[in-house]
Structures are given as C-alpha cells and as structure tokens.
Ligand binder design. Structure first.
Ligand SMILES: Nc1ncnc2c1ncn2[C@@H]1O[C@H](COP(=O)(O)OP(=O)(O)OP(=O)(O)O)[C@@H](O)[C@H]1O
Ligand SMILES: [Mg+2]
Length: 261
C-alpha cells in the first residue's frame, strides 16, 4: 500500500505552479527486485530554487537524483528536465543534457590518481575537446577560487581533508557552468563549522551561477539556510513538502524526529 502524502500548504504549491518547472518528476517508480524504492514520487523544481530532499537513510534519495540525470532508469513515471522528456532521449542527447547539470556525489568521487587540476580539467576536455591550455587553466582557477581552494591546484586528492574534498567536488560540478546543481549530502561527516562554510558556498553558487538545485541532506541547519522548499521522502513518495518553517511544525512520527535537536 502506498502512503498518502501530508498536504500542509496548498497555497504555497499554487504559488510555485505559476512558473515552468526546470525539473519535473511525475509518478516515478523504481524497484530493485522486490525492494520498491520509489513508488509514486512527484517533485517540481522551479528556476533558481533550492529544493532540499530529506528522508531517512536507504529511503531512495540518491536513487532519485540518479534517475534525474539518467544514471538509473526508472520503471515507470515521467522525468522532464529543462522541459525535455529524458526517458526518450538517445545517448548523445542525454550526454548533452548532463553537461548542463552539475552533480556533487555523496562521496566526493575524485580520481585519486589525478591532481586537483586534472580532476577539474577532465569534464572540460570531454566537452570542448580543446587543446588551448589557457582557457582550461583559467576556468579551473576560477572555479577553485570560487570554493576558496586555488592553492590546491597541483595537489593530489589524498593530500586534502574531507571538507576540502567536498569543496573540490562542488568546484568540479561548476566547471561547465551548470544550470542545475544536484548535491548529494554535501555536509555529511563534516564538523559544524565546515558544514556552515559548505552551506555558504552552496548559497554563493546559487547567486553567482543562478542555478536551480536539489540538495539531499540530513543537516537541519543547511536545510534551514538554503531551502526554498523541502520535500520529505518516505515510503517511496513525497510524504510531506513545504517551506522549512512549515515542515518543522509537522507533528508526524516520520517527519518530526529529523528536526528534534
Ligand atoms: N544499484 C542498485 N542496485 C540495487 N539496489 C540499489 C541500488 N542502488 C540503490 N539501491 C537500494 O535502493 C535503496 C535506496 O538507496 P539510496 O542510495 O537511494 O538511499 P539514500 O536515501 O540515498 O540513503 P543514504 O542517506 O544512506 O545515502 C536502498 O535499499 C539501496 O539498497
Ligand atoms: Mg544517498
């Protein structure tokens, strides 16, 4: 049986519906064998919004964003990104679409045998097939400056702290000037100060690049500071959604424990 979503703020949803969504997920279903992860999941992300997705571990948050960039194929439902149906796209179209989306992996997913410079050059070279060193160098330095780590350009990932690696993961997602950035637990495992700095960085990125974002997190402080809208994933559906101020007031045994400190 599928749970019924808690509808907490019909008015807010009506307001958001005035614009065209940049990401639209409708009736999404994904199972792995008998493990039904997404049952009837719906989500809209509007331009310049930061939508935070919360929910307990193993509930399907990473699966959701992997579906959105075409890394996992759903069993049913529709997925529209920039107004295009990504489920009917050919590989080349999907590759082009991915160029417009930055993805910050749950693990930083840097190539350990490459320097920071090489890690950041990688997506640029794939996109442009350019050999003009100077443009690439400038772009790499620019994104590194934006995350405050230009001095690490010639270091190896193993020489950086966990927080620095997270920042480099964010820098790498920015080298192609994305219109959407998807963050998978950008502050997990970091101390409160470093988490706060990553939060500032996410806000800076949104301002500077005018991106729409989905941010998966358990970090209440991050959710509070960056979210335009929060979607609470439980039992394969968008169980609760609304603004932070409204979500924290929900007296529900699934939602409330996330916000009790
Ligand atoms: N490629 C896969 N093959 C089989 N099962 C998978 C695969 N990817 C994810 N799953 C399963 O889907 C479920 C949801 O996984 P997912 O990684 O989306 O959780 P999550 O909400 O991101 O959790 P966490 O907060 O711990 O990162 C889990 O039961 C997981 O085992
Ligand atoms: Mg995950």
């Amino acid at each position: 049986m599928i749970s019924t979503p808690l509808h907490i703020e019909e008015k807010q949803t009506a307001l958001r519906n005035d614009a065209e969504p940049i990401i639209e997920v409708t009736h999404l279903q994904k199972a792995f064998g008998s493990n039904e992860v997404l049952k009837d999941f719906n989500l809209k992300v509007f331009p310049a919004e930061n939508v935070v997705v919360m929910g307990k571990s193993g509930i399907g948050k990473t699966v959701l964003i992997k579906c959105i960039i075409g890394l996992i194929k759903p069993d049913a439902g529709t997925l529209r990104v920039f107004g295009e149906d990504i489920l009917v796209m050919k590989q080349k179209e999907l590759d082009d679409l991915r160029m417009r989306i930055g993805f910050v992996f749950q693990s930083s997913a840097l190539y350990d045998s490459m320097t920071i410079r090489e890690n950041l050059e990688f997506p640029l070279r794939r996109k442009h097939h350019i050999t003009v060193k100077i443009n690439i160098e400038e772009k790499v330095r620019e994104v590194l400056r934006n995350v405050g780590l230009e001095h690490t350009i010639d270091l190896m990932p193993s020489e950086l702290s966990g927080g620095m690696r997270k920042r480099i993961g964010i820098a790498r997602s920015l080298v192609l000037d994305p219109e959407i950035v998807l963050y998978d637990e950008p502050t997990t495992g970091l101390d409160p100060i470093t988490s706060g700095e990553i939060t500032d960085l996410i806000l800076d990125v949104q301002k500077k690049y005018n991106t729409a974002s989905i941010i998966i997190t358990h970090d209440v402080e991050l959710a509070k500071r960056v979210s335009s809208h929060i979607v609470f994933l439980s039992d394969g559906i968008a169980y609760a959604e609304g603004k932070y101020e409204d979500i924290i007031k929900i007296e529900d045994p699934i939602v409330k424990p996330f916000f009790v400190r």
